[in-house]
Design a protein around this ligand. Sequence first.
Ligand SMILES: Nc1ncnc2c1ncn2[C@@H]1O[C@H](COP(=O)(O)OP(=O)(O)OP(=O)(O)O)[C@@H](O)[C@H]1O
Ligand SMILES: [Mg+2]
Length: 372
Amino acid sequence: MKVVAIVNQKGGVGKTTTAINLSAALAQSGIRVLLVDMDSQGHASLGLGTPVSDLPGLYEVFKGSKNLRSVVRKDVSPGVDLVPGTISLAAVEHLLANRKGRAHALRRHLAGLRKLYDCVVLDCPPALGLLSVNALRAADLAVVPVEPSLYALDGIERLLETITLLEAQYGIKPRLTMLANMYDTRTRLSREIFKALEQHDSLGLCKARIRNTVRLREAAYRGMAVVEMARSSKVADDFRALAREIGRRLDLQPSASKAEEGVKTQPSAGTPISGTPITGTIEKRHGSLCEVILSFDSALGKRVQIAGDFNNWVPDDGVDTRKGEGRLSKVLHLKPGQYEYRLVVDGDWREDPSNPKRVPNHLGGNNSLLRV
Ligand SMILES: Nc1ncnc2c1ncn2[C@@H]1O[C@H](COP(=O)(O)OP(=O)(O)OP(=O)(O)O)[C@@H](O)[C@H]1O
Ligand SMILES: [Mg+2]
């Protein structure tokens, strides 16, 4: 199990956005991920649709009233489990202040989860207090998101000074890498600042860069990772490139059991039939591909995914999800033809209730039918 801390004492640089989307992108490649929200603002939890007001979290773990495993929320995003961050985390500094081994508490707790996860992602608060110290102590790699502001370089100098102090005080010397966030190739300022950061000798800059796009705010508002909400967007590609780069650096391997689980849940395709209706609407054509939108009532379930022979029965693979006005839409890009599919509603495989056309599958149920 490898640990990645997303850290920067500067606020609003994209720590939480990176933590959420790196976690979801790693999970898409079969890595079992635990995201730990270490910020009392609870934004990583909220950003994945988990309001945190009365949930037990890390504070209770540090206090000793809960063990880490018992506060984990399962599958808040496909393949990602979460330790929620709550307001009580603000009191952790006091709680740990006089304890022996206070910088190592998180590392000790995480050790108990070694067999359950391939990677732990820590979303740190915007301060280099004891929580971030614990994260840096536990981390195999610390990723420092930076945004192209005039204060970015100054912020990095301060971070390095603090890390030098940590080394003296706690013997902590994490591997660090910077991540260019909110990158805008069109502005000279963005290019110049990241060029200066690239030449910084004490820190490597990730090859992957995260572009500046409103889709990230939109995804946070909808309580989803952008790599899930808009899989085919460019910013989702940015995060997948980051996940691959970090995966290579830490030698992360998709866990075998996860791959088997994916195969087990896959229903098989039934016999194709003819004379079926078209459900959904065709919005646009891109060459031979049609953009097809299937729309559902949001009350159908908390998480609605779609799997069919268009995406090898991998839920939501290659599918964008849009939400708004009580509706939830699945956007598919398909060649003209006939497809069988099912919905995965909160983990349950079901027929599409809004589509009367269905065909028996060999598991004894039915698949819904879509003709484009
Ligand atoms: N690449 C990006 N493009 C556009 N907006 C972004 C990008 N990255 C982050 N944001 C937005 O910037 C805001 C701050 O991001 P985020 O919450 O991830 O930062 P943070 O470093 O975790 O903040 P804090 O220090 O308060 O924890 C959010 O509204 C987020 O949606
Ligand atoms: Mg944050």
